[in-house]
Ligand binder design. Sequence first.
Ligand code: ATP
Length: 337
Amino acid sequence: MDQLTWRARAKINLGLDVLRKRPDGYHDLRMVMQTIDLYDEITLRVVEPGAAGADVTGDDMTGSGPVGIDVIGDSPVHVDASGDGAAIRLRVQGQDGLVTADSHNLAWRAAELLMKEFDIREGLDITLIKKIPVAAGLAGGSTDAAAVLNGVNQLFELGLGERELMERGVRIGADVPYCIMGGTALAEGIGERLTRLSPAPQAHVLLAKPPIQVSTKFVYSNLRLSDGGAQGIRHPDIDAQVQAIRDGDLYRMAELMGNVLETVTIPVFPVIGEIRAQMMRCGAVGAMMSGSGPTVFGLFDDLGKAKGAYAELSKGELASEVYLTDFYVPEKIATGM
Ligand code: ATP
């Protein structure tokens, strides 16, 4: 095998609680994570040593993936042929150039981490077709890193198990281990302590991202955990939500949705609350901001209602990006492998 294409799926948080700020500046969290079927496509291709730095012509890139030379143009191609053999070449298409195709890209960092550790001398071509909204609370970068770790492990037959990949993933980002695991999970610590849960009861998921940028740093630095009054911090009952998932009770699970970070974002960006309210008016069983936002998701038990809400939000002005998708159960979980 010298090439593979991977779907790197996004996540939402069904519940997000922040327990405390730690002395190292990170926060201790409790989150219920759920993979959704919105994905970036990543094609990895092994090339001869040095060839990752060579110019690529049309036929060279067609391959079995959805990638042709005509889709490369969105970002400059960045090549690192560091001289000691291994070389990575990355190109990114989609999301209007919001993601750079250089060594800051988490997909790149994931490849570099394994290629250095295992002293891989061949070159690696990575093509990333970015569909997950960027800086949106959907773990787009983390899931790309997870896919590349998985892919490099397979392509170069490194023989790393899931746990070993997760141990490496956390060096790239706190959400990467979860993205390697996928499915429904309870994430604790900074997000790296994971407990697999049974698949959440199926729901249609509507995502709407308002046309604003919210940095994760801004959200956490403005979170006042001790302020039970003014900010109205109400901690979601994560344990009860986990139980609702175990019971397969979509309505109870949705009723228990809560994200303490909304106490920071909604007063500053009321549009987040307005999208949530619109989703509920359209018949969502629950709606909430994902992660540190600004994307809002709504869960629907009825496809017709979900499509109606999709149409409403698409024609309105609250959201700049709207997607309709579902919860995703990874194959390894669905088949019990
Ligand atoms: P999280 O939910 O984990 O907080 P997010 O969805 O809010 O993540 P990302 O889409 O992962 O945020 O992007 C955060 C930043 O990471 C972006 O501003 C971008 O510059 C950088 N980044 C690096 N690599 C990637 C990548 N492959 N895809 C998206 N963003 C990336």
